[in-house]
Design a protein around this ligand. Sequence first.
Ligand SMILES: Cc1ncc(C[n+]2csc(CCOP(=O)(O)OP(=O)(O)O)c2C)c(N)n1
Ligand code: SF4
Length: 294
Amino acid sequence: MSEILSEVKVRTPKDYEGYKKPTWCPGCGDFSILSSLKKVAAEIGLDPFKTVVVSGIGCSGKSYAFFYANGVHTLHGRVLPVATGIKLGNPELFVIALSGDGDALAIGGNHFIHTARRNVDIKLIIMNNQIYGLTKGQFSPTSNHGFVTVSSPYGSVEFPVDPVVLALASGASFVARAFSGEPNSLTEIIKEAFLHKGFSVIDVLSPCVTYNKVNTYDWYRENIEFLPNDHDKENLTEAFTYATSFKGKIPLGIFYKKERPTYEELILDSSNPCREDLYCGRERVYELIETFSK
Ligand SMILES: Cc1ncc(C[n+]2csc(CCOP(=O)(O)OP(=O)(O)O)c2C)c(N)n1
Ligand code: SF4
């Protein structure tokens, strides 16, 4: 990580503009996430050549094209396995994963759990609008019970998953929640996540102004509350307590942060007998491509 940040010239957020201009609806919460991402990248001097942004399919998934770095637009739900492969293939790379709530927690829910327990050094930002945006407004795994959408005209009978509680229970070493309507704290939290070594999850409440007319900016403002400053971030029990019950409000801030060895450190350790197989070299890669393309 320190190598990634050290040898860089001074950069500005503008330097991280991607090859495409955002195509999101005006007012979409995802604009704020992108803007914070660029600010943090400039502040910590992120080297775009050593950074990979992996995104899935969704409005959120388009983000890889809006940020200047290497980008992989992968399949819906497969952000984390692809990001894990990249990190194992070259642990020197700084890997950012951008996912929608559907992408990360419905079709990709299984990957979320296993990436967290393995503690792969990936920074996952869940652009959580509590709905499927790209496919025009079906309920998602974070939609509230009773939420009326085109796919739940009588109200969703399902109950939502809480990304923060799931991340804590699955073993993520950095767990936070932010709101795109609070850009300063969002930027600070992204920065802390980027400086943390290990699987980092930020659940960002990011209003879909087109299809979600319930969880609006105003609704969030009325329903959020920041964690107290004296919260002990290394205390998992306290993190769970705040995550599950907080004055009837949605808590924002860093719930948990504690470093432990990452998956790639453990699996690529020189005493690991699989190491040679993992670093098979360029020629072997070409051989394998040749074999599979027959
Ligand atoms: C394997 C697969 N299943 C379903 C889809 C259709 N699909 C595309 S995006 C999407 C959901 C988008 O919602 P979310 O992940 O929350 O992202 P958002 O668009 O809200 O940012 C779905 C179901 C797909 N592209 N691929
Ligand atoms: S449909 Fe919703 S999530 Fe997608 S760009 Fe528009 S406002 Fe954003």
